[in-house]
Design a protein around this ligand. Structure first.
Ligand SMILES: [Zn+2]
Length: 439
C-alpha cells in the first residue's frame, strides 16, 4: 500500500490565476501546501489522491492569485498622512515632512505607523513590501507579528537621520540587519539609498559597493522630478541616471523608484545594466511630478514593477489601486487604449516585483516548488458581473476589500477579512493613546 503524504493546507475549487510565464489558469483548480511551499497545483479533476490533508479551504467560486508585491514604500509614514498636501515634492519634504520627522520619529511611532500600513496592505492583497525608512528593525518586528514579508532598508543620505548620526552608521546598521535576518522566513534586507540629490557621489559609490559585498538589492529614488534633473545637471553636468551609471551603482541588483524623467540614453543605460524600475503612479500624480513612460520601458524589455510609495504621498496602501490608476494614466499620456494590457499590469503587480528584488525563484507566481503566497478574492459581488476576463475585472473593476483571505509563507494571515495574528482592538487603543501626540 502507498504511504499517504501529509498536506498542511489544501485550497480547492478556486479559479486560479498562476501568473506563470504562460499565464496558466485552472478553473477550478487546487493548491496543495507542505510547510511554506506549493507541492502541487493543477486542475481539480487531476488532484492526486495519495495525500492526507490537515486543513482544507473550499474556495469554490473564488479567484486565487499571487499576493501583490509592493515594490516601494515608507510604511511608517501613515502617521504623517495628510500633512502638507497640495505641494511639490521639494516643498513638501523641506517644509513639512522632514521637520515633522525630526520630532515625531522614534522606534514606537515607526512600529505603530508601519503596523497601520501593513494592515491596509494585507487587507488589499499585498503579501510583501519593500520599505525605505528609519528604525527598520521595528518594521521587521511588524512583519514578524503580522506574518507579512518585508524587505527592510534603513534610509541612507548625507545628513543625520532620526535614527542614525552618520551615513557610515547607517551602512554599518545595514550590515548588522543582514546578519540578523540571514535566512529569516519573512524578512529580507536591502541597501536603501535615498536619492542622488541627498547623497554625495562618494556615498552612492560606497552604498553600491556595500550592496555588492553583501549581495543585497540596492534601491533608490531616481529621476523623480524636473527639479531633481536640474539639480543633478547643475552639480554634475549630467542626468541622474548617467550620474549613477558613472558611479557604478546601476546593476541587476538595483531598483530605481519613480524614473519619471528619463532620456532615451537613460533608458538604454537602465536596460544595459539590468536595472529594474518601480513605478509609483499615485504618488507621482498627487505630487504633480509627472508620469513614468512605462510603455517605453516595457518596449525595451526593462523590468517594471509597481509600488504605493509612503502613505503620506499617496495616500493609500493598496497596490490594486496602483494597478487601476496606472491602467488609466498610461492611456491618458499615450492617447492610446492599447498601450498596456490588463495582463501586463497584473504581472507588474506580482512577478515583476519579485524579479526586481531577485526573489522570483520563490515568489511572484504560483508554481510547484515556489513559496505559498497568495490571495483569495471573492468575485461574487455586483461589480464583478459579468466576468468575461478575470484580468480585466481585476484591472478595472475589483475593489480592495474584495480580498477575502491571504496566505503568506504557507500560513493564513487573513481569513474572511480578519487578520489572524493581530489584536486590532489593542492596536486601536494604543493608537488612540498616542492620539494627543501624533494626530
Ligand atoms: Zn519613496
Amino acid at each position: 500500500m502507498t504511504e499517504l503524504q501529509n498536506i498542511d493546507l489544501a485550497i480547492t475549487g478556486a479559479h486560479i490565476l498562476t501568473i506563470d510565464q504562460d499565464m496558466t489558469e485552472y478553473k477550478p483548480g487546487s493548491v496543495y501546501i507542505v510547510g511554506n511551499r506549493i507541492i502541487w497545483i493543477g486542475p481539480d479533476d487531476e488532484q492526486p489522491g495519495n495525500f492526507l490533508i490537515k486543513e482544507r479551504i473550499d474556495a469554490s467560486g473564488k479567484i486565487l492569485m499571487p499576493v501583490f508585491f509592493n515594490g516601494h514604500n515608507h510604511a511608517a509614514m501613515s502617521f504623517l498622512r495628510g500633512l502638507g498636501n497640495d505641494l511639490s515634492l521639494d516643498k513638501w519634504l523641506n517644509d513639512f515632512i522632514w521637520p515633522a520627522e525630526k520630532v515625531m520619529i522614534n522606534p514606537e511611532t515607526v512600529y505603530l505607523g508601519t503596523m497601520l500600513s501593513v494592515i491596509e496592505m494585507v487587507r488589499s492583497g499585498s503579501g510583501i513590501f519593500s520599505d525605505m525608512y528609519f528604525f527598520e528593525d521595528q518594521v521587521a518586528r511588524v512583519c514578524e507579528e503580522v506574518g507579512i514579508r518585508g524587505i527592510i532598508g534603513e534610509a541612507i543620505f548625507d545628513f543625520p537621520s532620526p535614527s542614525m548620526a552618520t551615513p557610515q552608521e547607517t551602512m554599518e546598521f545595514t550590515r548588522q540587519l543582514k546578519q540578523r535576518f540571514l535566512g529569516h522566513s519573512l524578512v529580507n534586507v536591502s541597501v536603501a539609498v535615498h536619492a542622488p540629490y541627498t547623497c554625495s557621489p562618494d556615498l552612492i559609490r560606497q552604498a553600491g559597493e556595500l550592496a555588492e559585498e553583501l549581495d543585497l538589492s540596492a534601491n533608490i529614488h531616481l529621476a523623480e522630478t524636473q527639479t531633481e534633473i536640474e539639480t543633478i545637471s547643475g552639480l554634475y553636468g549630467k542626468t541622474p541616471v548617467q550620474h549613477l551609471y558613472d558611479l557604478g551603482f546601476l546593476s541587476v541588483r538595483t531598483v530605481a523608484h519613480h524614473s519619471v524623467y528619463l532620456s532615451p540614453d537613460d533608458r538604454q543605460l537602465i536596460k544595459e545594466t539590468g536595472t529594474s524600475v518601480v513605478t509609483l503612479p499615485n504618488s507621482n500624480m498627487k505630487l504633480g511630478s509627472g508620469a513614468c513612460a512605462v510603455g517605453e520601458l516595457i518596449k525595451l524589455d526593462i523590468n517594471v514593477a509597481l509600488g504605493t510609495d509612503g502613505p503620506a504621498s499617496n495616500n493609500h496602501q493598496s497596490l490594486l489601486r496602483e494597478v487601476q490608476q496606472l491602467a488609466r494614466l498610461e492611456r491618458v499620456v499615450n492617447y492610446d487604449p492599447t498601450c498596456i494590457s490588463a495582463r501586463e499590469l497584473i504581472r507588474m503587480a506580482t512577478i515583476n516585483g519579485a524579479k526586481a528584488y531577485r526573489m522570483d525563484k520563490d515568489l511572484g507566481s504560483l508554481e510547484t516548488g515556489k513559496k505559498a503566497d497568495f490571495q483569495i478574492i471573492n468575485p461574487d459581488q455586483p461589480h464583478w458581473y459579468p466576468r468575461y476576463d478575470p484580468y480585466n475585472s481585476i484591472a478595472y473593476a475589483m475593489q480592495s476589500n474584495d480580498v477575502e483571505s491571504v496566505v503568506i509563507d504557507g500560513k493564513v494571515v487573513m481569513r474572511n477579512r480578519e487578520l489572524i495574528n493581530i489584536d486590532e482592538k489593542r492596536l486601536s487603543r494604543e493608537l488612540k493613546k498616542k492620539a494627543g501626540i501624533l494626530f
